[in-house]
Design a binder for this molecule. Structure first.
Ligand code: COA
Length: 376
């Protein structure tokens, strides 16, 4: 007898690039760039025609963000003061693209952990804050590499891409259009970061995550019930990336830098914290969940200060590392993958019946909540 489809999270997967850049390495490279730049423009600076660039500092970065290191796909060119951008060998159309390659690695792990054969997956959503090309969709390339018979498409809601992907997958399952959906988030954020911008050069890191969302009827015994999802967007220019196909300035050309990630960090902090905390509390109440009773919050990993404040407003007290785990220190901000990394690494210890929250927030503004209960 078939029952009404009910979406659950069957498993997650994670791919972490081997290369690590510590704050010390990052700041040494940045400061060499600053010295060389100021030397090269010494006359203009002395004449008062140009402001000298200011050095960065490890202390500032750790205090302002909580980030100590980040993984990247290409360390050497990022740290080379003459380049300060990721570089890789051009790949032919017959080779897997970079985003597909790391997405497939995370997806394979999610499939293995659920004991799922790729042939039994119906759809792949590639949900990430940047796509390396418009088409064919990265999701379709991942689908092909995994041998999935179904459909795939790319979606971008910046740092909230993964939670928006989870709700989209859950809706496909509720409507009966799919029973097993992979939400893959390959975040090569090193490509959209301006490594020469002192205000933000320390923020991002690279990673890929995957979430397998399925009908409870076919899910493994150990899974996470999705109790409810909620999405929200409010337009803001405070986090913006103008790079696009109608706007093709090369990142290193004179007019290029603003075609990369830019933000008004303080405004983001001030506006996003109350918006997200309110959204979580309201959605918990709608679902009949006491927010103070949430066992764990897997929050978007943008900044320890933001996470501390949001967790405090939701839980009603200062959250411990156990209640709101952070992966920011070693991964940096990995855009939409951040809350999924936290969930992937810090959820095995929860007991059956425990209720927690996966929550993203970021550019758009955008925010997404996914309340889950552990089933075993
Ligand atoms: N090294 C040393 N000093 C730096 C620096 C660096 N790399 N970058 C900035 N500073 C200096 C500034 O010049 C400024 O100096 P001043 O006080 O003399 O003017 C001071 O540090 C404070 O700069 P500010 O930009 O106001 O820092 P902040 O405390 O707001 O922290 C963020 C910056 C980005 C970490 C913080 O605003 C933030 O986390 N915002 C949340 C947004 C976010 O994380 N978005 C990611 C996408 S979701």
């Amino acid at each position: 007898m078939s029952t009404t489809p009910r979406p659950v999270i069957s498993s997650t997967g994670l791919f972490t690039p081997e290369d690590v850049i510590t704050n010390e390495e990052l700041v040494a490279s940045f400061n060499t760039y600053v010295e060389r730049h100021n030397e090269a423009h010494a006359d203009a600076i002395a004449a008062g025609e140009l402001e000298p660039l200011q050095p960065s500092s490890v202390e500032f970065i750790e205090k302002a963000s909580g980030i100590k290191a980040r993984h990247v796909m290409a360390k050497e060119p990022v740290l080379d003061p003459e380049i300060m951008a990721p570089r890789w060998e051009e790949r032919s159309n017959d080779e897997l693209s970079i985003m597909a390659e790391i997405g497939v690695k995370a997806a394979r792990q999610a499939l293995e952990r659920a004991g799922r054969d790729p042939q039994d997956v119906d759809a792949v959503l590639c949900a990430a804050s940047n796509m390396q090309r418009p088409y064919p969709a990265i999701a379709v390339e991942i689908q092909d590499a995994l041998g999935i018979d179904g459909f795939g498409f790319d979606m971008n809601v910046a740092c909230s891409s993964a939670t928006f992907g989870i709700q989209t997958a859950a809706d496909y399952i509720r409507s009966g259009n799919a029973r097993s959906v992979l939400v893959v988030s390959p975040e090569v954020t090193s490509g959209h970061l301006n490594w020469r911008d002192r205000d933000s050069h320390f923020i991002f890191g690279d990673v890929a995550t995957a979430v397998l969302v399925e009908d409870a009827e076919i899910a493994p015994a150990e899974h996470w019930d999705i109790l409810g999802t909620k999405l929200k967007t409010v337009f803001s220019n405070n986090i913006r990336n103008n790079f696009g196909f109608l706007n093709r300035a090369h990142p290193e050309s004179a007019e290029g830098p603003d075609k990369l990630f830019v933000q008004e960090g303080r405004k983001v902090f001030k506006e996003v914290v109350p918006m997200v905390a309110k959204m979580i509390v309201e959605q918990a109440e709608r679902l009949g969940i006491d927010p103070h009773s949430l066992r764990r919050l897997w929050l978007h990993q943008a900044n320890t200060g933001m996470n501390r404040l949001i967790a405090q407003r939701v839980l009603g007290h200062e959250a411990s590392e156990d209640e709101s785990p952070t992966v920011l220190d070693s991964y940096g901000n990995t855009s939409s993958a951040g809350s999924i990394i936290a969930f992937h690494k810090h959820s095995d210890d929860l007991a059956a019946g425990d209720v927690g929250l996966i929550c993203s927030f970021g550019a758009g503004y955008s925010a997404g909540t996914v309340f889950v209960r552990k089933m075993a």
